[in-house]
Design a binder for this molecule. Structure first.
Ligand SMILES: [Zn+2]
Length: 67
């Protein structure tokens, strides 16, 4: 078994897939590897994160329907 290698946060494994993120502030959709990455568009840390792209798209849809 290869040893797990982690990013600097000590949580995210190099082999982990990207988080699919939806900013609840500006609804920017983006992918990151670090769980605590803020929105690159508006800097908000109110972010929905999931490894599952469908869940992230569902959240995006939920946000757009909640207006
Ligand atoms: Zn944003």
């Amino acid at each position: 078994m290869p040893k797990a290698v982690y990013y600097l946060d000590g949580i995210t494994k190099i082999t982990d897939p990207f988080y699919k993120c939806v900013c609840r502030g500006c609804r920017h959709f983006f992918w990151v590897t670090l769980i605590d990455s803020p929105c690159p568009e508006c800097g908000s840390d109110n972010i929905f994160r999931s490894f599952n792209k469908r869940e992230a798209e569902g959240e995006l849809l939920r946000l757009s329907e909640s207006e």
